[in-house]
Design a protein around this ligand. Structure first.
Ligand code: ZN
Length: 434
């Protein structure tokens, strides 16, 4: 392999019309205070036809000087790298006009090579801010935006087709979006984002789904939604034949929050008390509160370890038993939390519905409220414990969106934000022929 051929391979310059200078082809220079590599080459060939008038070259096109350009290549050995490329200028004797030699390495009138652009486009799928992508490629933020626009189509909904099984959740959107919250719609089977709606308010949700053909809406089988009341009747109206499913995670969150409130309010009464034992119990609750949230069945009843606060060896179960013995209200709320957790985890729809109708004592207002919400959404909860679908997928996507938003230092424009989400989820193909 010749010397220049090796350089060609290293830099990814495949165009044979680019002839790398024989002597001293690679120079080290300082540009803008930065050490950089500059490779000198010439682009020349015999054109088949004139690009201006289209006439076939029968010795009618002659070489007419060189035009020096300096496109940016990808870094080599960590240094910014430029191609000092002298492009052949041609004169067409037929039309009298001139034109410049072209290459696939760098587009006409472009200051960055196609490789750099491709690398920018690929980095768009990673969770990096546009600013960071611009910086590592040594280009402006604006260039990154332009490359995204040229490499990825903007996502457009066709309103022709709806997935059979949907999962819908909301997320806090960008500042300029209409409505503070946006809606994310996923295909539960494909495990993919189906669309992102700027505004999660009822009117815009209805407007959006009503644009799909009626038979498409009628064939939707399940919709996973959160417990937020108005959504359930709304989606039932939009998808008349669908079974609504409350996300299991949301069921547990309800009782989890309610139980935490009960625990904190009990802890506050202990904190205010002047009794020394109350103060000690407060410290114990403060130390071991996480055990109360753990699934009861996961608490160890056999492994003893010395606990300074008890001045004794205790098992996890022993500690929890002690904490619950402190207050009847705490224990009752704990029981509801654990029961719901158990029935949700082991999918016991019949037990669940029976349980939420049972009369219970000593529950906090928040816990009563949670049970009331469950009673109102009974069918959707039974579905949640029957179907396999859940919002885990959407929650995951939602978390990633938060990260995208954070690394982007906040998108101002909702559509740019949405497109970046689609790019990161690789839902937009890189255009091959640009
Ligand atoms: Zn011509």
């Amino acid at each position: 392999m010749s010397h220049t051929h090796s350089i060609r391979t290293l830099l990814g310059i495949k165009d044979e019309h680019i002839i790398i200078q024989k002597e001293n082809c690679l120079k080290e220079e300082v540009a803008n205070g930065l050490h950089c590599h500059v490779l000198s080459a010439t682009l020349t060939y015999t054109p088949k036809a004139c690009v201006r008038c289209g006439c076939v070259n029968q010795k009618s096109i002659v070489k007419n000087g060189l035009k020096t350009t300096r496109p940016l290549l990808l870094d080599t050995a960590g240094y910014p790298t430029y191609l000092n490329l002298k492009k052949q200028r041609f004169l067409c004797r037929e039309c009298g006009k001139t034109f410049i030699a072209e290459t696939s390495v760098v587009k006409k009138r472009c200051h960055i090579s196609e490789d750099v652009k491709r690398s920018i486009a690929v980095n768009g799928t990673r969770n990096m801010s546009e600013k960071d992508i611009a910086q590592i490629h040594r280009v402006s933020n604006h260039t990154v935006k332009r490359v995204f626009e040229s490499f990825y189509d903007t996502f457009r909904q066709t309103y022709q087709f709806l997935p059979d099984n949907l999962a819908i959740d909301e997320f806090k959107s960008v500042k300029n979006a209409a409505g503070a919250m946006s809606l994310i719609i996923c295909d539960s089977d494909q495990k993919k984002i189906f669309d992102i709606l700027e505004d999660r308010r009822n009117k815009s949700i209805i407007d959006y789904f009503m644009r799909f053909p009626k038979e498409q809406r009628a064939k939707v089988k399940t919709v996973v939604v959160d417990l937020y009341g108005p959504y359930q009747s709304l989606f039932q109206a939009i998808f008349p034949n669908a079974d609504l499913i409350i996300d299991r995670f949301h069921i547990v969150t309800q009782v989890n929050r309610a139980f935490n409130i009960a625990r904190i309010s009990f802890m506050n009464t202990l904190k205010k008390s002047s009794d020394l034992k109350d103060k000690r119990d407060y410290t114990k609750l403060k130390r071991y509160w996480k055990l109360l949230l753990k699934r009861e069945e996961d608490l160890s009843a056999t492994e003893y370890s010395y606990q300074t606060l008890f001045k004794d060896s205790k098992t996890e179960r022993g500690i929890v038993q002690y904490l619950l013995s402190l207050d009847e209200g705490l224990k009752q709320n704990y029981d509801v939390y654990q029961t719901i957790l158990f029935m949700t985890n082991y999918r016991k729809p019949e037990l669940f519905t029976a349980y939420i109708h049972e009369k219970k004592n000593h529950l906090t207002a928040k816990m009563e409220q949670a049970l009331k919400t469950f009673r109102k959404s009974e069918t959707a909860i039974v579905n949640a414990l029957t179907y396999q679908y859940s919002n885990g997928l959407v929650e995951g996507i939602n978390n990633k969106i938060k990260v995208i938003k954070r690394t982007a230092y906040g998108y101002r424009n909702f559509y740019n934000f949405r497109n970046r989400i689609f790019i990161e989820y690789k839902l937009l193909d890189i255009k091959t022929a640009a």
